[in-house]
Design a protein around this ligand. Structure first.
Ligand code: UDP
Length: 483
C-alpha cells in the first residue's frame, strides 16, 4: 500500500500576486495548516522576497512542518503593482508565465519522491486565475476558487451579462445616480456609480472589462467557492450566489478567524503580518498618546493612487475638521510629483498639532487601537473587514474595481459610515469627518458595534464561518485526484 495515502491532504494555494490577495490567501493557508493540512503557497519571487523582508512569515510558518513557499520561476513585468494599470499588466504576464509552470509542478508533484508529502490533492486558486482551472481539469486535480472580494462585489460582476442583455450596459447618458435594475438582490439602492469601476466604459469589447467578465463566469466550473465574508453580513446576496455556486464556503473575516483559531490552539503570537512594505510602527506610539476614539485613520490600501490636487483637498479637509488624524501616504501614491509637496504654514501647523503621517502602517493593529474612532478608507475588501471586526465606522472613497460597490453597502445597506464616492473636495472631507467623529458618532458607533458582534459570533465555535471552515477542511480531505 502507498504509505503517502496516510499523509495529510496537500493543498496548493495560488493567489494573484498583489497585497490584498496574498494577505487573505496566506491567512487561509495558516488556517489550513492549523487544521492539519499540508500547504504549498505559489507566489512570484518578488512577493516571496518582500514577505520574508517585511512580514513575519518565516517565524510563523516554520512551526508548520507541512507548509512551504514555492516561487514561480521568473519575475513578471508589473510585479508588486501600485496602480490599476500595472495590475492588469501583471495579470496578462502571469497568465503566460504561470501556465506551463503550474502544469509541470502538478505533474512532478505526482511523480516526486518527497516521502513526507502527498502529491497535490486540491488547488485553491484565486478566482481571477481561471488559468488554474484549465490545468487542474487537464491533470485531474480538484480545484476550489477563492474570490478575495466581497460577496456583493462578486455577485455584481457575475450579473454583468444580465446588465448587457437588459441594455443597462454600456451606461447611457450622464445620470450616474440612476438605479440599476438587473443585479438581483440590489434593486432599489444600487446606482450606476456603485457598479464596479470597470463598467464605466463605452466600449464593452475592451480587454480589461472582458477579463473581469470572463474570469467571473468561470467560477461555477470549480468544485467550490470560498469567500472572505460572513453570513450575517451578506446573507441576501449569498443566497443569490448559491443559485449559481451551491458549494459556497463563507469563512471570514479571515484575519480575525485566524486569531480565534490560534487562541483556541493556545498558539500565542503577535499579529500575523503579511505586509509587502515596511511597517512604520512609530504610529502606534503616537496613538498611545491620543484620547480614546479621537483619531481618524486615513489609508487607501496598496494600489490606489491620487493626483497632487486630490492629496491637497484631503489634507485641507482633514486639518480643517480640527480632528486628530493618522494618514498613510505610500511613497508611490501621488504619481507625477517628485519629492514632498509642502502645504501652507497653516496646514503644516495643523498637522504638527493633530496629525501623524507614515508611509505604511501595521493596519490591523492600528484599527484595533483604542484611540481610533473612524477610518477614511478606499473600501478595499480587507480594509473593510478589518474595520468591521474592530467596530470602526468608515468614510469611503473608493478607487476602483469592487470598491465602488463595497462603499455603497457600507453607507446604504450596513449603515456603517458614509460613502464619499466620486468626490474629495476639502469641504466634503471636512463635513464627513466631522459627522463621523462627532455629529453622527453615536449612530455609527452603535451599528458598527452590532456588526462587530455578529462578526465575532460567526467565528465562535458553532458560528457560520467557524463551521464552514471545518466543512471546507473535511471536503478537501475527501477529495480524490484522478489517476
Ligand atoms: N495595509 C497595511 N498597512 C497600510 C495599508 C494597508 O497593512 O498602511 C494592509 C491592510 O491591512 C489590508 C491590505 O493592506 O489587509 C490592503 O488590502 P485591501 O483589500 O484593503 O486593499 P488593496 O490594497 O487590495 O487595494
Amino acid at each position: 500500500m502507498d504509505h503517502k495515502a496516510e499523509l495529510p491532504p496537500h493543498v496548493l494555494i495560488f493567489p494573484f500576486p498583489a497585497q490584498g490577495h496574498v494577505n487573505a490567501m496566506l491567512k487561509l493557508a495558516e488556517l489550513l495548516c492549523l487544521g492539519g493540512l499540508h500547504v504549498t503557497f505559489l507566489i512570484t519571487p518578488g512577493i516571496h522576497r518582500r514577505l520574508l523582508l517585511h512580514a513575519n512569515v518565516q517565524s510563523r510558518f516554520e512551526t508548520y512542518t507541512g507548509f512551504r513557499f514555492e516561487s514561480l520561476p521568473e519575475e513578471l513585468p508589473g510585479g508588486n503593482p501600485h496602480s490599476a494599470d500595472r495590475l492588469m499588466q501583471l495579470y496578462y504576464a502571469l497568465n503566460i508565465a504561470a501556465k506551463p509552470f503550474l502544469r509541470r509542478f502538478l505533474v512532478s508533484s505526482r511523480l516526486g519522491d518527497d516521502s513526507r508529502r502527498r502529491p497535490v490533492t486540491c488547488i485553491i486558486a484565486d478566482g481571477i486565475l481561471s488559468l488554474a482551472l484549465e490545468i487542474a481539469q487537464d491533470v485531474g486535480t480538484p480545484i476550489i476558487f477563492f474570490r478575495t472580494i466581497s460577496a456583493c462585489a462578486f455577485w455584481s460582476y457575475f450579473c454583468i451579462p444580465e446588465l448587457i442583455k437588459a441594455g443597462e450596459l454600456p451606461l447611457n447618458g450622464d445620470d450616474m445616480d440612476a438605479l440599476v435594475a438587473n443585479v438581483r438582490g440590489m434593486e432599489g439602492f444600487l446606482r450606476r456609480r456603485d457598479l464596479p469601476s470597470f463598467c464605466r466604459i463605452a466600449d464593452l469589447g475592451g480587454h480589461d472589462f472582458q477579463m473581469v467578465l470572463n474570469e467571473t463566469q468561470q467560477t461555477p466550473r470549480a468544485q467550490g467557492l470560498i469567500l472572505n465574508t460572513f453570513e450575517d453580513l451578506e446573507a441576501p446576496i449569498l443566497s443569490q450566489i448559491r443559485t449559481a455556486c451551491p458549494k459556497l464556503y463563507t469563512i471570514g473575516p479571515l484575519h480575525s478567524h485566524l486569531k480565534a483559531r490560534l487562541r483556541e490552539k493556545r498558539k500565542l503570537q503577535s499579529t500575523s503580518s503579511n505586509s509587502l512594505l515596511q511597517e512604520d510602527r512609530s504610529c502606534l506610539r503616537w496613538l498611545d498618546e491620543q484620547p480614546p476614539k479621537s483619531v481618524i485613520y486615513v489609508s487607501f490600501g496598496s494600489i490606489a493612487i491620487m493626483t497632487p490636487d486630490q492629496r491637497m483637498e484631503f489634507w485641507h479637509g482633514l486639518v480643517n475638521s480640527g480632528k486628530r488624524f493618522l494618514w498613510v501616504i505610500r511613497p508611490d501614491s501621488v504619481p507625477g510629483k517628485d519629492g514632498e509637496q509642502h502645504g501652507s504654514t497653516e496646514l503644516e501647523k495643523g498637522t504638527k498639532e493633530r496629525g501623524y503621517m507614515v508611509g505604511w502602517a501595521p493596519q490591523e493593529e492600528v484599527l484595533a487601537h483604542p484611540a481610533i474612532g473612524g477610518f477614511l478608507t478606499h473600501s478595499g475588501w480587507n480594509s473593510t473587514l478589518e474595520s468591521i471586526v474592530e467596530g470602526v465606522p468608515m468614510i469611503c472613497w473608493p478607487y476602483f474595481a469592487d470598491q465602488q460597490i463595497n462603499s455603497r453597502f457600507v453607507g446604504e445597506v450596513w449603515k456603517l459610515g458614509e460613502d464619499m464616492k466620486d468626490t474629495c473636495d476639502r469641504v466634503t472631507v471636512e463635513k464627513m469627518v466631522n459627522e463621523l467623529m462627532d455629529v453622527k458618532k453615536d449612530h455609527f458607533t452603535k451599528s458598527a458595534d452590532e456588526m462587530a458582534n455578529l462578526a465575532a459570533k460567526s467565528l465562535s465555535e458553532g458560528g457560520s464561518s467557524y463551521s464552514n471552515l471545518d466543512r471546507l477542511i473535511q471536503d478537501i480531505t475527501l477529495m480524490v485526484v484522478a489517476s
